[in-house]
Design a protein around this ligand. Structure first.
Ligand SMILES: Nc1ncnc2c1ncn2[C@@H]1O[C@H](COP(=O)(O)OP(=O)(O)OP(=O)(O)O)[C@@H](O)[C@H]1O
Ligand SMILES: [Zn+2]
Length: 970
């Protein structure tokens, strides 16, 4: 058998030998087909071959379940390059190709050997006939479940759709199953076996210890300059000083996008080319960054955890965690991307107690949210906490715990060393970091032989701890109850004051820039009215911002500035939370835009005008020198900041600051600068806010600033338009004051993915459509361009959903998909995922879809009113696309989800998907009809069931053909 396997290995894959005895043993076991098989091997050990080779040798088709389209694409491309017939069915596939695949699968002897598919797709109703057909004809040779840990709610990457695979399994009797993962503690292994209904599986588990990896931990906040420290680490790890020619590279993981941007910027500035990678970048940019890094053109990739899964690069010489990983399992997997070639590599954590607090908070918050949705607690809810504690716990209970948590305490993330705000001396790391990891995964203690800082220099590690403890005590003593804005640790879990401004203040947290920052009341001369008021919990005043005097751009006129200040103050007074404040600002700006004359553009006088403005305002700015300027005072919660927001820690910028770059742009002095990068690509709240604020400011001086409208400003204004919808979405919300949670949840990309879908801030909390009232806004003052963009409303939910899916499904290979899929548009896909549609919605700004109604009025937000007011007169209805149908469905369905009418989010999504397809079928109807039908169907559903508990609940729904709308009548 060995000989024939080896021959096949050579013939089909070009390998002389198996990579390891383990790989060979697994392949042999799989080929025997008499048992299910469980494989736990480190990343890069060659797991894929364990099912690919048997798949090639077997008759029939191997169904491979993999969580990411990007991963699937890589695998399929690789197999195709080896002439092995493999493909994937997903919603990105052009209809023609999909038909071909389905035709092959339906033929008597399909040519395909491997069919890759996501768990969502395999569970989708449209795929079932194909699956059943293959199964009944005995054409399925194996079921391979890659990244099988996603099936476990104890695992760090739980994906609810993986749970459905148990059901799938039972429908495929006699098909041997192979489950593969790189990281699975005992508990997760058991869970995998149970959930996938593996029958007495043969287990192949590699020890987790990797002797070529060196682990250490540095207390970030004890460093005079953490970036310089990181830079030195990079140089050393890549042997740059030794003039090494070895093409090594490295990864720095940050929790937030902003952190990535900052670290990448700092490293590059110091002399090592580093680039950021996160879901806030355009897909193409992400792919390019990854590509450059793979090719060694960029030495360091600074990424959120959206980067890495499936990245097959052997010579990663270091993995640094600038922020803590969220669990020991995650840490092991992330750091494990180093040294796949077996050569010595470094894994370093830059530990900060703030990270620990924030992560702890976020994890608990997420669990609370899940429980709230579910209405009950589950034992597995604790998984997130225990896994995290495995990283950072310093509690004696855990140290004594037989379940490794203790071990973890001293462990890998070193976070163990954490918690300087407790008595550190009691919890010195008591063992080697490798040992901790091994214990966590249920392995026996390895022989570290100096491959961690503790084993190398236990004294040094202790000394660091003690120093950190001392520093922390000092900092606490200094900062404790320092007036109304002080951090009050006693209240940590008690209320919003307990979280304090400084903890969740802003970006410096994430980026780890230096020591903890205390709230500094603003200068008495600060132009912002009520600047020191803390009536809105997360609007902080920061003195550390540059003052007017330090600005290089032309200053504003006094009038503009004071108007901006007044505007802000008015809104500030009437808002109760930062979100409401933000929404109100956006609304105000939007209103003003409508009542002001359209700004003249591009008349060639820009430069003169700007100069005039600068001269006119110079005296005013002089007066203000030394003060924190109005525009730099509000520090809102961080929102997604896209490329080009490097180092920026204050995403919410008010009128004046916005005007500054825009005026510069208009003079051409900063065109092409990084702040000028495609604003639309990162339509973040911050940018929207900037755009709106810009518009507001320009209105305060309509002639001058209007003329100075730059390209950038136009782009921003465009971004603002799409935000207007969202602002209305917000503004109709009840004035419920939210806790500091919101501040943290926004851009915690690093946490989003690992905590599964639900970790992303639940969009529904921010979007309660049922509370919106119709709003009719006159359009007289609008520019033509503006009026085109207001028809489609993108609920935040859609954006969040898209982000979530982006992270989970298409993180890094977006470019492999066709940008616009005419085929998809032309014909309803046989198999599709609503998620992609939703995503598409987010990526492309809402197109102008309807002409303005004859009465010159535009209706926003209330879909019922829209229908009437916006229907084109005497024009045949434009047939809806699937995407448009999905938009409509999501919008109408969302309130029901919010009201708890769906047992869980998956059902909600599944119904949305079902309904979208139903409504888009045939493509012959216009929007009005689709809307009416959507409403009718939803109504019908909830007239038969009080709460949707299963897919059966909607199976009876059919398109209501009798449903007539205005559009129909035309
Ligand atoms: N027998 C072999 N000889 C040489 N190279 C091999 C062999 N088997 C696999 N490889 C190569 O090893 C690399 C890693 O394999 P693979 O991607 O399957 O790892 P993996 O264990 O699935 O990692 P991950 O956990 O990241 O998915 C690939 O480039 C693959 O081609
Ligand atoms: Zn050790």
């Amino acid at each position: 058998m060995t000989t024939s396997l080896k021959a096949a290995l050579k013939t089909h894959f070009g390998f002389e030998n198996f990579r390891s005895k383990l790989q060979e043993d697994v392949v042999k076991a799989v080929v025997r087909r008499d048992r299910d098989v469980f494989v736990c091997m480190p990343t890069g050990a060659g797991k894929s071959l364990c099912y690919q080779l048997p798949a090639v040798l077997a008759e029939g088709i191997t169904l491979v379940i993999s969580p990411l389209i990007a991963l699937i694409q890589d695998q399929v491309d690789h197999l195709k390059s080896l002439n092995i017939p493999a493909c994937s069915i997903n919603s990105k596939l052009p209809a023609g190709e999909r038909r071909l695949i389905l035709a092959d699968l339906g033929s008597s002897s399909p040519k395909l050997k491997l069919l890759y598919i996501t768990p969502e797709m395999v569970a989708s109703p449209s795929f079932q006939p194909c699956l059943t057909d293959l199964c009944t004809r005995g054409l399925l040779s194996y079921l391979a479940v890659d990244e099988a840990h996603c099936v476990s709610q104890w695992g760090h990457d739980f994906r609810p759709d993986y749970l459905k695979l148990g059901g799938l399994r039972t429908r495929l009797p006699g098909v041997p199953c192979l489950a593969l993962t790189a990281t699975a503690p005992k508990k997760v292994q058991e869970d995998i076996s149970e959930s996938l209904k593996l029958s007495s599986p043969l287990s192949f588990v590699t020890p987790v210890f990797r002797s070529n990896l060196h682990y250490d931990v540095i207390f970030r906040e004890m460093l005079p300059n953490p970036y310089v420290h990181l830079y030195a680490f990079v140089r050393k790890s890549l042997a740059l000083d030794a003039g090494s020619n070895a093409q090594g590279c490295g990864i720095v993981y940050c929790r937030t996008r902003e952190g990535c941007e900052t670290v990448a910027y700092q490293l590059t500035k110091l002399g090592v080319l580093a680039k950021a990678y996160h879901a806030g970048l355009k897909a193409g940019d992400r792919t390019e960054v990854q590509h450059e890094w793979m090719q060694g053109k960029v030495l360091v990739i600074v990424a959120t955890i959206s980067f890495g899964m499936g990245v097959d690069k052997a010579n990663v010489r270091f993995v640094a965690h600038w922020n803590l990983a969220k669990s020991l399992a995650s840490y092991y997997q992330e750091s494990g991307r180093a040294g796949r070639d077996g050569l010595p590599s470094s894994c370093r954590t830059y530990y900060s107690p703030k990270d620990k607090e924030q992560l702890n908070f976020l994890i608990r918050q997420e669990i609370g949210r899940r429980q709230e949705k579910r209405g009950s607690a589950k034992e597995t809810d604790k998984a997130g906490i225990t896994d995290f504690e495995a990283m950072v716990s310093d509690s004696p209970r855990n140290v004594a715990s037989p379940e490794n948590l203790a071990a973890a305490a001293a462990a890998a993330g070193a976070a163990s060393l954490s918690c300087p705000d407790t008595s550190l001396s009691l919890h010195l790391p008591t063992s080697c970091r490798h040992a901790t990891i091994s214990k966590f995964f249920g392995d026996k203690t390895p022989n570290c032989a100096g491959a961690c800082d503790y084993c190398r220099n236990p004294k040094g590690v202790r000394a660091q701890l003690e120093k950190a403890a001392a520093l922390s005590t000092k900092t606490e003593a200094q900062s404790r109850p320092s007036g109304p804005f002080g951090f009050q640790p006693d209240l940590y879990e008690g209320g919003k004051k307990g979280y304090g401004f400084e903890r969740h203040g802003d970006s410096s947290d994430a980026a780890g820039e230096g020591p903890r920052e205390d709230f500094v009341p603003p200068d008495v001369d600060c132009p912002l009215r009520e600047a020191s008021s803390q009536r809105i919990p997360r609007l902080t005043v920061k003195k550390s911002r540059p003052t007017l005097s330090s600005m290089s751009s032309p200053p504003l006129s006094c009038g503009t500035l004071s108007l901006a200040v007044d505007l802000e103050h008015e809104v500030f007074k009437s808002s109760k939370s930062s979100n409401l404040y933000k929404a109100a600002v956006l609304k105000k700006v939007s209103e003003m835009k409508k009542t002001a004359p359209a700004p003249a553009r591009g008349n060639g006088d820009d430069e003169t005008e700007v100069k005039e403005e600068a001269t006119a305002s110079s005296s005013c700015s002089d007066e203000l020198q030394g003060f924190t300027s109005a525009s730099e005072i509000y520090s809102m919660k961080r929102k997604r900041v896209g490329a080009g927001q490097r180092g920026s820690s204050n995403p919410f910028v008010t009128a004046k600051e916005l005007l500054k770059p825009s005026m510069l742009d208009s003079k051409g002095t900063e065109s092409g600068s990084e702040s000028n990068t495609d604003a639309s690509s990162a339509v973040t709240s911050s940018i929207r806010a900037r755009a709106n604020a810009a518009a507001a400011a320009s209105l305060s001086s309509p002639t001058k600033t209007g003329k100075a409208m730059s390209k950038k400003q136009q782009k921003l204004a465009e971004a603002a338009k799409s935000s207007r919808n969202i602002s209305q979405y917000f503004v109709k919300k009840p004035t419920v004051e939210k806790s500091q949670e919101e501040e943290m949840e926004v851009d915690e990309e690093g946490l989003d993915a690992p905590l599964s879908h639900t970790t992303t801030a639940d969009p529904r909390e921010d979007s309660k459509p049922q509370e919106h009232s119709p709003e009719v806004i006159p359009v007289e003052s609008e520019t033509e361009e503006e009026s085109k963009t207001d028809v489609i409303i993108i609920p935040d939910e859609v954006e969040e959903e898209a982000l979530e899916l982006e992270q989970l499904q298409e993180t890094d290979k977006e470019s492999t998909a066709e940008p616009n899929k005419p085929a998809e548009e032309a014909k309803p896909p046989l198999i599709s995922e609503v998620s992609d549609d939703v995503k598409a919605n987010r990526e492309s700004p809402p197109p102008a879809k309807r002409s303005r109604p004859a009465d010159g009025r535009r209706v926003t937000f209330n879909p019922n009113v829209q229908e009437r007011a916006l229907l084109p007169v005497n024009e045949p209805p434009k047939p809806v696309t699937l995407k448009e149908a999905a938009d409509i469905v999501v919008r109408y369905l969302d309130p029901f989800y919010t009201q708890g009418k769906f047992a869980n989010k998956e059902l909600f999504k599944s119904f949305a998907r079902y309904l979208s397809h139903l409504l888009a079928e045939g493509r012959s109807r216009g929007k009005g009809q689709v809307k009416a039908e959507a409403k009718a169907l939803i109504k019908k559903l909830f007239s038969s069931v009080k709460r949707c508990e299963s897919e059966e609940d909607w199976k009876h729904l059919k398109r209501p053909h009798s449903c007539k709308t205005t559009e129909n009548k035309e």
